[in-house]
Design a binder for this molecule. Sequence first.
Ligand SMILES: Cc1cc2nc3c(=O)[nH]c(=O)nc-3n(C[C@H](O)[C@H](O)[C@H](O)COP(=O)(O)OP(=O)(O)OC[C@H]3O[C@@H](n4cnc5c(N)ncnc54)[C@H](O)[C@@H]3O)c2cc1C
Ligand code: FES
Length: 276
Amino acid sequence: MFDKRIDAPAHTSPQSLNCPIVNKTWLAPHIVRLRFESELLSPLFQPGQFVNIKVSEQYIPLLRRPFSVHRVDPKGLWFEILVQVIGQGTARLAQYEVGDSISILGPLGNRFSIPRGCSEAILLAGGLGIAPLLFLAQMLHQRNISTKLFYGNKSHSNICCLEDFAELEIPYLLATDDGSRGFKGTVIDLFSQQRHQIQSPAPVIYACGPNPMFRQLQPLAARLGWTCQVSLETMMACGFGACLGCVVDSNDPLNPYKYVCKDGPVFNINEIDFSE
Ligand SMILES: Cc1cc2nc3c(=O)[nH]c(=O)nc-3n(C[C@H](O)[C@H](O)[C@H](O)COP(=O)(O)OP(=O)(O)OC[C@H]3O[C@@H](n4cnc5c(N)ncnc54)[C@H](O)[C@@H]3O)c2cc1C
Ligand code: FES
């Protein structure tokens, strides 16, 4: 089932459904993984896409909150999101328990693509950027594409999901800003130091993390001449192109703005102007 997804067009009409939570696991002090049962939604998701979740039955917070599709059951029965609690919406979401149902709008956005002939993939995750890369890793594994993960975090306590990548036989290298685990520095510093170990002449880089990470990656990817797809995060409201609230600067003078929800969240790194 997975293999067919990555070749299919990403534009399935989004649905809004109440999905029950069937599993809830705290992976780190502020990071929780929620599993939703939905035989309807799960088969529709493709790696890189996201859902917009109504986190409260009350008016506060009013707006839905976007989350990457983190992992999907190969049989299409459930899907998961990874939530980092940073404000009132994510705090509310983390209070739900198994058995509660939540309104989910999805699939939204475009997807990562795996070019034909791709023989090696490099995953670069910064912090919660690990979330969409696990779903992508499931697909790469199914296609027998050699994959390596470089994963950076502020400190060792925020690191999660390593056993899931290990299960997919994906080797990983870690970086932390404070040096509490792995390499001391950013994930791009680590990748830059280790890149000579990449064997394929034309690997594909898939990256997700904060904008400063992309600012550092953009010139490196250009120097290497390797294809690089990045998944962006911005503040969002509608999630499907109606409110124009998720704009980013593009490098195309004829089309100077991109909307992360409908043009992305996945872009070729060259498309976006990360200078600000
Ligand atoms: C396409 C997409 C995919 C995402 N995937 C995930 C995911 O898999 N897991 C996850 O935990 N989060 C993800 N996020 C971020 C998540 O949507 C926000 O953390 C969430 O909306 C914050 O809601 P809140 O009410 O808790 O925070 P708020 O109370 O709204 O804000 C708390 C603080 O966080 C800042 N903030 C809020 N949203 C963002 C954002 N999108 N980017 C940067 N700063 C922000 C605010 O400025 C404020 O300082 C994703 C965002 C996008 C756009
Ligand atoms: S979030 Fe409304 S246009 Fe992107």
